[in-house]
Ligand binder design. Structure first.
Ligand SMILES: *Cc1c(COP(=O)(O)O)cnc(C)c1O
Length: 427
């Protein structure tokens, strides 16, 4: 049935039998740390599988042992998440950062080289440049505009090209929607792979979400989410997920067992509830984003809008967009005319849209990357990737787009009157 039906039709039922729980239509919250074995032989057989001492029989599922290893809420959630990305398996974590750090720890060893796209999420950047560096993992960043030859050149210049082990990319990139060609990264990975060592690719797909882009289909080995964003979608839970082949996810899950950073039953239960409305939420968010991007582009106080729905059709970004995505998503950033003063006047004047970081939720959120999420970046990098004092990032929610436009319009009006007043004082 899984092959026949669309993911949105399976989000309410897949992987759960009401008969397991007195006919309850919804999977209950399995608040239990441990599970009883019917016999000692059964317990032994579960442990053999969990510790990789024997291969799974055909159709065999790992029996329930202990909630750090498995739990019904965790397993149902992982099975449902697989449907969107057409992945073999999935590992869910208590945060996006634990999904990212566990994956990088599993696939990198001291002496290895990691290639990553810049900018990357602040927490990921810190983990790569501080923690991984401390344990002897080398890292080199590249920019979205760079060509395959330029990136290969960067790798060679590190002097560690033989140790290239992993490519980590974030596309669309936060906060400007810059795009990275996954196919090109695959070619780079193949260029440096040898018979003994395959260079793997992970894609952080948080910014687009699982509906309209499936990096595994474009050559990625692993796809990673902060499930705090679109998947959770209600700004009430922190979680993360990694998806990929059985073989790779087994490795991630094994490390997760020993780090103990799996998601709790309650987190999983909340995410199961969120998944039922993932598609309707995201479709409404993307529709609203189109309306808002169009309005912003036509407003005299706005300099430029970064939105996947308004790319120049002759650009490289447009070609990547058409190949990798089937929607323009719900993230917009735009440059307001002026600088920090005008940007702050706008942010402070909004009435409906909330001033907060995070994204992908039902309510629209707005923030100022240069002084908030990206404040830690060095000025050269900020300038290179277009994070200026006039940049504003908008995560579009499910509200009525007319109300969102009304709010943005009145706040931009306040900015203009502030600017006019200042001019009068100067004179
Ligand atoms: C939020 C975010 C993360 C980190 O996820 P948490 O759930 O906050 O740990 C990683 N990558 C991207 C692109 C994000 O937006």
């Amino acid at each position: 049935m899984k092959e026949l039906l669309s993911p949105e039709s399976l989000m309410m039922t897949h992987g759960y039998e009401p008969a397991w729980s007195e006919g309850a239509i919804k999977a209950p919250l399995f608040m239990t740390s441990t599970f009883t074995f019917n016999t000692a032989e059964e317990g032994k057989s579960f442990f053999e599988l969990a510790y990789g001492l024997r291969e799974k029989e055909q159709e065999e599922q790992l029996g329930l042992i202990y909630s750090r290893i498995n739990n019904p809420n965790l397993e149902i959630l992982e099975n449902r998440l697989c449907l969107w990305d057409k992945a073999d398996d999935c590992a869910v974590f208590e945060s996006g950062m634990s999904a990212i750090s566990t994956t990088l720890l599993e696939f990198l060893s001291p002496g290895d080289l990691l290639l990553f796209s810049s900018p990357t999420y602040g927490g990921t950047d810190h983990f790569i440049n501080h923690f991984l560096q401390k344990i002897g993992v080398h890292a080199v960043g590249f920019y979205p505009q760079e060509s395959k030859a330029e990136i290969i050149q960067r790798i060679v210049e590190t002097g560690h090209s033989k140790q290239l082990a992993h490519i980590y990319i974030e596309t669309p990139a936060n906060p400007t929607n810059a795009l990275i060609d996954i196919k090109m990264c695959k070619e780079i990975a193949q260029h440096f792979s040898t018979a003994e060592k395959e260079v793997l690719i992970s894609v952080d797909n948080t910014y687009m979400g699982p509906l309209w882009s499936n990096p595994l289909q474009h050559g990625a080995d692993l796809v990673i989410y902060s499930a705090t964003k679109y998947i959770g979608g209600h700004s009430d839970v922190i979680a993360g997920a990694v998806l990929g082949s059985d073989k790779l996810i087994k490795r991630v899950k094994t490390l997760r067992t020993f780090l103990g950073n799996m998601a709790s039953p309650h987190t999983c239960w909340l995410l199961l509830r969120s998944l039922e409305t993932l598609k309707v939420r995201m479709e409404q968010q993307a529709r609203n984003a189109k309306d808002l991007a169009r309005f912003l582009a036509g407003h005299p106080a706005v300099e430029w809008v970064c939105f996947l729905g308004s790319l120049d059709v002759s650009s490289r970004a447009y070609r990547i967009y058409k190949e990798q995505y089937s929607s323009s998503g719900a993230m917009i950033s735009f440059y307001i005319k002026g600088g920090e003063k005008e940007a702050f006047a706008f942010l402070n004047a909004l009435k409906l849209i909330k001033l907060a970081v995070s994204l992908g939720s039902t309510e629209s959120l707005v923030q100022h990357p240069a002084s908030m999420t990206h404040i830690g970046l060095c000025p050269v990098l900020k300038a290179r990737i277009g994070i200026t004092d006039s940049l504003i990032r908008l995560s579009v929610g499910v509200e009525n787009s007319r109300d969102l436009i009304w709010d943005i319009n009145q706040a931009l009006g306040v900015v203009r009157s502030v600017a006019v007043n200042d001019e009068t004082i100067c004179v």
